[in-house]
Ligand binder design. Sequence first.
Ligand code: PLP
Length: 385
Amino acid sequence: MSTSQNYIYLDNASTTKVDDEVIREIIPYLSELYGNSSSAHSLGVEINKKIVKARGNVAKLFNSEPKEITFTSGATEAINTTLKGIVTSNRTKRIQIITVKTEHSAVLDTCKYLEEIGFDVVYLPVLKSGLLDLNELKKVISEKTLLVSVMLVNNETGVIQPIKEITKIAHQFGALMMTDATQAVGKIPVDVKDLNIDYLVFSGHKFYAPKGIGGYYQNSQSLNFQPLLHGGGQEKGKRSGTLNVPGVIGLGKSCEITINETERNKSSVQELRDLLENELLTIEGAFVNGDRENRIYNISNICFPHIDADILIKMLDNICVSNGSACHSELIEPSHVLTAMGLSNKNAFSSIRFSLSKYNTESEILYTIKKVKEIISQLKTSNYA
Ligand code: PLP
């Protein structure tokens, strides 16, 4: 790869470009307005006003109250804070946590840890479509269930889970409901009141804010829990540590842009995603992983049978895409999401995720279609030679 101008970036589920408007908003807080938002002096007070505004924008995006938003370093910290906090602060006899096999590793690995310290964790299977079968949830949920944690949008397939219905079932059994909305926030409407959710996690770098800022929503009526980080008592004691002022201000701006822009972005991004997907599906044997109806508009996960996705990614060179395989102590494992959906290891290793943003253009998509087709035909010829 030569210069950054030459990238065609189709890996936006991994991270996004920071919006120029967001950058302009942040810069003064990295230079002349570098104070600490907790300071009592006039600079601190001025900065704190900006933090209040940013928190208000985040709250508005979720239809929540500003006091229900706590900032963290991102979704991983927010997930650790909420899951560990809820279970360790609970004073009831409830010991069961229910989650799903296709969750992000931040949820799965936190649950694994909670299992190690004595909690009973159930990992629900999914259908071939990647959707949760609500009957599976109904089979295991009981008065012993403390918490149900299900993601809103899957990061590999874009499949949207029926969170409103899941929350209803959780509440019928007196359980709390948390959703990892990292891939949803900034792209589709996320209304915490409509979802009736207890806790919701998000991350700025997935929707044009910088890396290292995110947070969680906590319904003010739901169980209050112990913080993960103790110290200076910032964020009303819920998350100690000097606030990432430029990050919070950038996140607030990004939420403001989202509130004004979502519908327009959605249709143009979806058009490009569909163009890419429909063209790539003309490749012999190719198929989409995940439910095509209940799916976010910017992700397409396609399996190209008999093609090694790692080789394809390398040959695509300046076109940035990804696959879900994970490297664990030198062993490459297939995507846990795709295998949970019933894909063979072989087909999981042949799958690629394309994830678009508002910055992608039609000419980039047309070039990508041409390159993928060329490379696959080249690989097929060499396989069969
Ligand atoms: N949850 C989901 C669904 C994600 O896609 C990601 C990021 O890849 C995370 C959690 C972790 O987010 P962060 O990078 O903000 O810790």
